[in-house]
Design a protein around this ligand. Sequence first.
Ligand code: DUC
Ligand code: ZN
Ligand code: ZN
Length: 491
Amino acid sequence: MTDFDLTIRGGTVADDSKTFSADIGIKGDLITAVQPGLPAGRRDIDARGRLVLPGGIDTHCHVEQLSGMGRMTADDWYSASVSAAFGGTTCIVPFAAQHRGKSLKKVAADYAALAAEKSVIDYSYHVILTGTDDVTLREDLPELIRAGITSFKVYMTYDALKLDDYQMLEVLAVAAREKALCMVHAENTDMIRWITKRLLEQGMGAPKYHAVSHFDLAEAEATHRVAQLSRLFEVPILIVHVSAREAVGAIQMARQAGLQVFGETCSHYLVLTTDNMDLPGTEGAKFCCSPPLRDKAAQDSLWKALKQGTLQVLSSDHAPYRYDETGKLPYGPATTFKDVANGMPSLELRLAILFSEGVNKDRLTVPEFVALGSANHARMYGMYPRKGVLAVDADADVAIWDPDKEVTISASMLHDRAGYTPFEGMTLKGWPETVVSAGRVIVENGNLNAARGSGRFIARGVPEPCATDREVSTAASFFRSLSNAKLKGAS
Ligand code: DUC
Ligand code: ZN
Ligand code: ZN
């Protein structure tokens, strides 16, 4: 009698440091054996010629969320989680967004209910913080962190979301005290505003001017500034959706100076450029995201930064808006870049793009792919080693990849509800064929076998970058000795 409910045998397994030949034995929702020569389980998958990898984890995607511009994403928790599953991702961590004046506690509770009802894969969520009032920072946020929501995002731009530097210090103090990871959307809001006004005055409202208004120095300046702010508390921060070469440089400098500054980039920045936005009429709106697409040199710097570890995670920043009045184009053909909803659908293709352009073009090794797409997300966000690795006692979240399968992308084959894909016509090599989530084979032969609401909430632990107690820096200790009362006030 076999010990296993499911076995995956004969494949090449990988973690974030090596590849090796082994079979995977699964009982219930857990991996119970990883070794060669296992007997077949009650269900047995032949993985010969395949890569057997930890399921992907996407820690930056917008799902069933109202944006700062007041636009609702096209995907809800059901369609987003299905789309993720087909792309080899078995855990998503979207955002519960607190809009100004709203109770963070209620926002989180409402969002948790939507997720529980609909997600087909395991999930957690971050919060987006816009309030720095006492209830938010002293009660609701600490309570959420203790309940396993151990990361939050803040914005340095968008009128409806942005925090000023003082507010940023307030939230960084809480992150330091509570050991939470602060994710930062780093763009200088006034630089963008100044240029936007002048572009529009000169009639330059086409989508391609979005990239001009959100120019690279605005990203670099804000990245540098928030890194300096973080020094006051020696608190780790993660700069999300890094796209500019100069922003990579700012992260590099900060890291070389010993700061705990981490970085994320996204699949679209690796394969698309501003040239994609230069289309007739409003077509370029399909490619508007913030920070925007950049040039080839920026792409090269992102690949290098992923390889060298300056950037640690590759996310989708899936922000699906339909190409119509409900999404991208609130004023129809008269919509200027200023009002185009920001973001692209990419949850399903994130890993296939990274595999095809990274592994199959010799920019990355398979273990590096595992690190960037799964293991580092688990570590950075407090889920490792429950997730992000195929090991005994880990969750049985597995993606079985055919490394040679070629697929030409079209919107009609995808499972999100954006109605278009910015990657239309692209041929990708390497594809997740079979996907296992918590021991269940949920994607097989192009079919889904998972019920609405069958995904589980994952209460996250302390994010790895926040786990170690760091020495107080000279600057911080100097500040403390001068102004102990103020820092106490923040704690
Ligand atoms: N920021 C995001 O994180 N996603 C989409 C748009 C944006 O500005
Ligand atoms: Zn952002
Ligand atoms: Zn985003």
